[in-house]
Ligand binder design. Structure first.
Ligand code: SF4
Length: 317
């Protein structure tokens, strides 16, 4: 009520976006979604989704473009265990890390069906996927050929028809050691997905961008890991924008490691950057391409004994 008819920027962002499901079975160590919404996906019915989309098409300023058909992870709609009795007894915090669970049904057909039904509605010109996509699910080879075919179809359709120029994905780091603490797949999977993304773009005559998200100062991440992240993202020709510095959030494994200094599962000591100096030193490596960061980065690389990376970042001087 305090806005009293004024524009609400946060509402503008979500006005033409539709949430398809709740929950996430990714189990990332730094994320609270599974604590808030649960590991088991609760999906809306097709009828309910279409009813909301129809209502959006009737909004006076709707121009035919839905900004998101999503959820905590865009492509988990209707996914669950093939045998739910096994799931009920399951203690795994993630259904996809370290490997996709053989009991998880990764069929993307129900989600494709929603995309098709939404796009067929009068008044819809295009529906975009603004939520983050789990590419490890797209790369997964299950033992079911129909499921795998649906995943390939989904990948092509997503890239060819539902990306508004930029597709958001979240590798979160380049170091597999840090990714392991984050409960995220190896960075090599991002490379694999990027190849598929670039190939489909070429085949479809599109020039879309992949936008990777990364986190600095996550427990277990040292400055050296960030220096290597800078070199790797430079090699891949990314100028990063979508980044964040780790913020402890209640009820996560990462925060427990950050607070205690120990990994709660292994009881091994875990380093966390905590002071402002330590955190800024990590964060600056995202921005190696900005002229104003260059001098600090070079000094820092010398200080941590990684002068070998200076040439890799800035060429021979
Ligand atoms: S059995 Fe597999 S699919 Fe079911 S909850 Fe456990 S990890 Fe997830």
């Amino acid at each position: 009520p305090k806005y009293k008819g004024k524009r609400i920027p946060a509402y503008d962002m979500i006005k033409f976006s539709v949430n398809l499901h709740r929950g996430c079975f990714g189990g990332c160590a730094f994320c609270t979604i599974s604590a808030h919404q649960g590991k088991f996906i609760v999906s809306r019915s097709k009828k309910s989704i279409l009813k909301e989309v129809k209502a959006i098409t009737e909004l006076p300023d709707f121009k035919g473009y839905l900004s998101d058909l999503g959820g905590p992870s865009a492509n988990m709609y209707r996914m669950k265990g093939r045998d739910e009795a096994i799931c009920r007894k399951c203690k795994r915090p993630s259904c996809i890390y370290p490997k996709v669970c053989p009991n998880l049904n990764t069929d993307h057909r129900p989600l494709l069906d929603i995309y098709h039904a939404v796009d067929a509605l009068p008044g819809i010109k295009k529906s975009f996927i603004g939520s983050g996509v789990r590419y490890d699910l797209l790369l997964h080879q299950s033992k079911n050929p129909d499921t795998d075919k649906s995943t390939q179809e989904y990948t092509r359709e997503l890239i060819a028809r539902h990306v508004s120029g930029r597709l958001k994905v979240a590798p979160e780091h380049t170091s597999d050691r840090v990714l392991n603490i984050m409960r995220k797949p190896s960075f090599s999977q991002f490379g694999e997905f990027k190849k598929i993304f670039d190939r489909i773009n070429r085949e479809e005559g599109l020039r879309q961008q992949l936008i990777p998200y990364f986190i600095s100062s996550h427990p277990g991440c040292k400055e050296e890991d960030m220096a290597e992240l800078a070199v790797i993202t430079k090699r891949l020709d990314f100028h990063l924008e979508q980044v964040q510095d780790f913020t402890p959030t209640p009820m996560t494994i990462a925060t427990e490691a950050w607070y205690t200094g120990f990994h709660p599962y292994t009881l091994e000591p875990v380093f966390s950057a905590k002071t402002q100096r330590e955190k800024l030193a990590q964060r600056q490596f995202f921005f190696w391409y900005k002229p104003e960061e260059r001098r600090n980065i070079i000094n820092e690389l010398r200080r941590i004994g990684r002068a070998d990376l200076i040439d890799k970042l800035y060429g021979k001087r």
